[in-house]
Design a protein around this ligand. Structure first.
Ligand code: PMP
Length: 427
């Protein structure tokens, strides 16, 4: 694979952007590779600066569920270009997107648009603290909720990949209010709530985890969170930034029938443009300014360009059969990867829900971040390098999930399985 142009751009980038990237995982450091600079994309394919064509399983880290350059999304964006891209004043499109999310997610009665997942979780936490008058936040090891101070305690994603336990610059006075427990550990959660439930403002969880790799909740875990928070007057926040409209049309909460008090969204609801959102019970959302006293604002929040891309994406994914079709493709891929590993005698743990999937290089089972860390990272790195050489574009970390889009056809899925077959034999 040619990489001269990407390397040249990366060298330039490293002199003017920290690590050469605007978000850490992109630098591909943990896999010892250099990033590919992307020139353009179409459907399931990325085309890099050296002219390589790669099958994309990152999907801009989740938003591109329709594939790249979907014509309906592009038309919607084009129509906004004829109106103006930002007014800092209310527009019809933000009302339409709010109504759409509310119609699809039963727990969401009111919603506020922001510009990223990080903003959504930070705002939801402030609201939970303002509403309950309490400070303690409970989260789970390996879950990532953006880079807000309160969440950078035993976090996943880039924080896991780079092996940084939190971050300098985050005051201990802030994180002393954050308690992090092993994911899926029901006894630990029960004990914590019995001891300190009355101090807890919110429990936040990735209801299906994607930032320590793909880890599903154990039977009863999410319902235990629901029962215990209710019992102690704490709020339950489902961080569905990744899972919302990805695992199912109604998110994890729709799939498992559990109603959190607040939810956060991002990625898919922006159709590839910068959008996040938080929403939930009307009586709680009524505390958000200017309706209530909890302050949260944004110059570009609800801007028409992002709202139009999000709305067009939401309309497309609401079509009958969309999720069944996507799940079928994903199952085919995951079964193919598992079979390739089995035939090469490589122990792996593969799993998926909807079009979100993962594969750990460990015999498993994987129920927690500690379990995920039993993966053979050297083997993952070799797999990543081998797959990239064969033009399969995966997330450059064992601790990230993968995403299939509607634009992935059987040719792409089959090519990916064949590539895995030949790479697995070399590991
Ligand atoms: N929460 C979850 C579950 C996420 O996966 C992410 C991003 N991967 C975030 C929050 C933060 O979103 P953003 O990167 O848009 O700030």
């Amino acid at each position: 694979m040619r990489m001269e142009r990407s390397q040249e751009l990366f060298q330039r980038a490293e002199t003017c952007i920290p690590g050469g990237v605007n978000s850490p995982v992109r630098a591909c450091r943990s896999v010892g590779a250099a990033p590919l600079f992307i020139e353009r994309a179409q459907g399931a394919w990325l085309y890099d600066a050296d002219g390589n064509a790669l099958i994309d399983y990152v999907g801009s880290w989740g938003p591109m569920i329709l594939g790249h350059r979907h014509p309906v999304v592009e038309d919607a964006i084009r129509r906004v270009l004829e109106r103006g891209v930002s007014f800092g004043a209310p527009v019809d499109l933000e009302v339409a997107l709010a109504e759409k999310v509310i119609s699809l997610v039963p727990s969401v009665e009111m919603i506020r648009m922001v510009n990223s997942g990080t903003e959504a979780t930070m705002s939801a936490l402030r609201l939970a603290r303002g509403f309950t008058g309490r400070n303690v936040l409970v989260k789970f090891d390996g879950c990532y909720h953006g880079h807000g101070d309160s969440f950078l305690v035993d976090a996943g994603s880039g924080v896991a990949t780079l092996n940084i336990p939190g971050s300098p610059g985050v005051p201990g006075e802030v994180t002393r209010h954050t308690l992090s427990l092993p994911y899926n550990d029901m006894d630990a959660f029960r004990e914590l709530m019995a001891a300190r439930g009355g101090e807890v403002a919110a429990v936040i969880v990735e209801p299906v985890a994607g930032n320590m790799g793909f880890v599903r909740p154990r039977e009863g875990f999410l319902s235990l969170l629901r029962e215990e928070t209710q019992k102690h007057g704490a709020l339950l926040i489902f961080d569905e930034v990744m899972t919302g409209f990805r695992v199912a049309l109604g998110g994890v909460q729709g799939l498992f029938g559990i109603k959190p008090d607040l939810s956060t969204f991002g990625k898919i609801i922006g159709g590839g443009l910068p959008v996040g959102a938080y929403g939930g019970r009307r009586d709680i959302m009524a505390h958000v300014a200017p309706m209530g006293p909890v302050y949260q604002a944004g110059t570009l929040s609800g801007n028409p360009l992002a709202m139009a891309a999000g709305l067009a994406t939401m309309e497309e994914i609401s079509r009958p059969g969309f999720y069944e079709n996507l799940e079928e493709k994903t199952l085919k891929l995951v079964e193919g990867l598992a079979a390739a590993a089995k035939d090469a005698h490589i122990p792996v743990c593969c799993d998926s829900i909807g079009s979100m999937f993962g594969m750990f290089f460990t015999k498993g089972p994987v129920h927690s971040f500690a379990d995920a860390k039993t993966s053979d990272l050297m083997r993952f790195n070799a797999y990543y390098a081998g797959m990239r050489e064969k033009c399969i574009y995966l997330a450059p970390s064992q601790f990230e999930a993968g995403f299939v889009s509607m634009a992935h056809g059987s040719a792409e899925i089959e090519a990916t399985i064949q590539a895995a077959r030949s790479v697995m034999k070399t590991l």
